[in-house]
Design a protein around this ligand. Sequence first.
Ligand code: UDP
Ligand code: MG
Length: 319
Amino acid sequence: MSKTVSIVVPVYNEELSITTLVGRISSVMEATALSYELLLVNDGSTDATGAIINEMVSTNPNLFTIVFSRNFGHQAALKAGIDYAQGDCVITMDADLQHPPDLLPSLIQQWQDGFEIVHTKRLNNNETSFFKRNTSKIFYKILNRLSDLQLEEGSADFRLLDRKVVNVLKHLPEGDPFFRGLVNWVGFKESYLEYYPSSRFGGKSHYTTKKMFQLALQGITSFSTKPLYAAVYIGFFFAIASLLYVPYALVSYITGHIIQGWASIIVTIAFFGGVQLLIMGIIGIYLGKLFMQSKQRPVYIIQYTNIEIEHGHLAQFRY
Ligand code: UDP
Ligand code: MG
């Protein structure tokens, strides 16, 4: 039996690019003569995206859609796509054409050559803004330092996963999936493909600086408890350092200059207050994660999908 390729695309307010995206993917895939399905995960779009998708779905038998009940975020949309995809391999990519559909045949070729995960690595060109390039560099530096992962700089959620990998990811009970890390963590036979990103086709990036910062924190705290150890080291360092303060205090006492210590006391108190808050914050993040996980809430809620009708056996992912 010939193999099927699933292509999963999270879509959030992409009315400007969605039609072109579907057209480009369809023509690239039809040229390969492989059977494929294109699964568009509508992550609570509030513009015309949903209507455009429904229109296309009704006329294109390769097209499937999952509609979330609200915006659950990029990673949740990827999870839904991975949960529902039927193919022998699953390719995830962005809706804004920054991940070029022309690369699909090369990804599939690597899979047919026996690789179970095909990563892509974004090369920098002038299309990538100075800000994005550098924040991305810093993001991966910090992430690799503070977690036990070694992620390639410039990796994005554009990759191919074999069915074996998909089945593992599907059954991980993570309440807060971070796929860049998870895919790195599961192992399997991997390869890398390099590409130059295109510029965003329409609209603007949904990743604000705030969202990028949140993703960085999520990446770090989902994959390591190292930041908790940082608290121990910082505490130890300052405990030793403050011992040096004792002789100074004694000398001041003997020479009668006690009141002069005011400035240094204020500085010390302020500084340690800051350090303590920082460390409590780190502990708080982990505690929050435990709290959220303990509630066992689903990562996403589906309002509508046409998949069940077509495939008929996926009720276990419904909530
Ligand atoms: N996206 C999503 N939910 C969100 C934000 C983004 O599904 O809450 C999708 C978006 O439609 C796109 C992909 O995730 O297909 C990447 O988003 P974007 O292009 O805004 O991020 P960037 O490329 O700037 O990192
Ligand atoms: Mg983008």
